[in-house]
Write a new protein. Structure first.
Length: 390
């Protein structure tokens, strides 16, 4: 759970939620696929050496295994070692036989389903995650009758040492179902799509943690293959005066980067994309020259955080650097200043840069050498902390 545990909100779900809570509801609107995140939690759980019991009633178990693989999580070994154990409630619907350890022969018999679940959690040893994929399908078949079973499974959880995780897609159930589910579960995670102009952003948040209602920020995410759920930062703006090292920084941070050259030489827009420790971010570099200032505001729009790059040997450009922040309308957003070119003689120290720029005390200034990638990643981590406050 190492990487997951460090992510904002996801970390709380894992640390305070899954580990201490009795039951977790992953509630998705139909535009968002919660199963990938569920697989990711399963994989992390397995990696800690604990077993996962996976009840599935809406797809074949080999499809689940393939999906795991598509995101980079090879579960061959856990399957072989009986750490990942399926309860197959789907094959029977298709009239197929199943070779999984647990099979529900009559998928339309809720009592039989429950008995099979309980048998599995009793027989499998260790601290188990019991995934119910999906609760919505159960509700479609059995309606409110399911709620009584959820209640009893949650009650059994501490008795048999398992943690129930319900995957629930909200296809428009009534409040008698929706509200009751929130009441029944200790952790409630919401995943939904935000429509913002034409681009929909997928976000998630937590409504309830370890039994208590909580108010948490909405965190954007993206599914990446391989890797699964990543915290998504749609825009980090990299700005600063001409020749300060912006292009070099975008390239140093990017897993993929393109520079769009226009005209002869100097005009270049830099776009980069970054995958880092569970984060996925798009980077937008600006142009330094004053005559392109009209574009600055457009580029700055919807930025989530800013890296301001300055040449530490050129204090005369510092006022221009601050002006760029204002023109891009990103002044006041989470910002880190890269006091770049620390390798050159006469470079001002980060402290001196901070003083000369008269930056607010909370804005961190860090000495970098972009050409050598010195302290670039550290700067990024500081920015992520500024953005997510963690
Ligand atoms: N010595 C030194 N040169 C750097 C550093 N960062 C960038 N440069 C050089 O400075 C010049 C301008 O860099 P560039 O990234 O194109 O600046 P931009 O105009 O802000 O995009 C290039 O020749 C870079 O190789 C640094 O940390 N140290
Ligand atoms: Mg450039």
């Amino acid at each position: 759970m190492m990487e997951l545990a460090r992510l904002p909100l996801v970390g709380e779900v894992v640390e305070e939620g899954l580990k201490s809570g009795l039951s977790t509801l992953i509630r998705c609107n139909p535009l968002v696929d919660g199963s990938i995140f569920t697989y990711q939690l399963c994989y992390a759980w397995l990696n800690e050496g604990n077993p996962v019991i996976y009840y599935v009633n809406n797809k074949r178990t080999d499809i689940v295994v393939e999906d795991f693989k598509r995101y980079g999580w090879d579960v061959g070994k856990p399957l072989e070692e009986r750490k990942l154990i399926f309860i197959d409630a789907y094959s029977a619907i298709l009239g197929l036989t199943s070779s999984e350890p647990y099979v529900v022969k009559d998928a339309f018999n809720l009592k039989q389903i429950s008995e099979t679940l309980v048998k599995a959690v009793r027989e499998v040893e260790g601290r188990k995650l019991l995934v119910v994929d999906s609760l919505s399908t159960l509700l479609d078949y059995f309606e409110t009758e399911v709620l009584g079973y959820v209640t009893s499974w949650n009650k059994l959880a501490p008795v048999y040492g398992f943690v129930p995780l319900y995957l629930f897609t909200d296809w428009g159930y009534g409040p008698e179902i929706k509200d009751k589910l929130i009441e029944l579960c200790d952790n409630v995670i919401d995943m939904r799509a935000l429509e913002k102009s034409v681009v929909a952003t997928e976000v998630f948040t937590v409504q309830k943690l370890a039994g208590k209602p909580v108010e948490k920020p909405v965190v954007p995410f993206k599914y990446v293959r391989p890797g699964g759920l990543k915290i998504y930062i749609p825009k980090i703006l990299i700005t600063g005066p001409y020749h300060a090292g912006k292009t070099t920084v975008v390239h140093a941070l990017s897993t993929r980067a393109v520079s769009v050259q226009r005209g002869e030489t100097t005009v270049a827009l830099d776009f980069g994309h970054l995958e880092y420790k569970g984060f996925s971010a798009d980077l937008f570099g600006t142009i330094g020259q004053q005559r392109f200032d009209p574009i600055l505001e457009q580029l700055g729009g919807e930025s989530v955080g800013v890296i301001l790059v300055v040449d530490s040997t050129k204090p005369e450009t510092f006022p221009r650097a601050l002006e760029m922040l204002r023109k891009a309308r990103v002044y006041g957003l989470p910002t880190v200043v890269f006091a770049n070119k620390q390798d050159l003689p006469g470079a001002l120290s980060p402290e001196e840069v901070k003083e000369r720029m008269k930056l607010p005390p909370e804005v961190p200034v860090i000495g970098t050498v972009a050409t050598r990638k010195d302290r670039i990643i550290e700067g990024l981590e500081i920015l992520l902390k500024q953005i997510f406050g963690k």
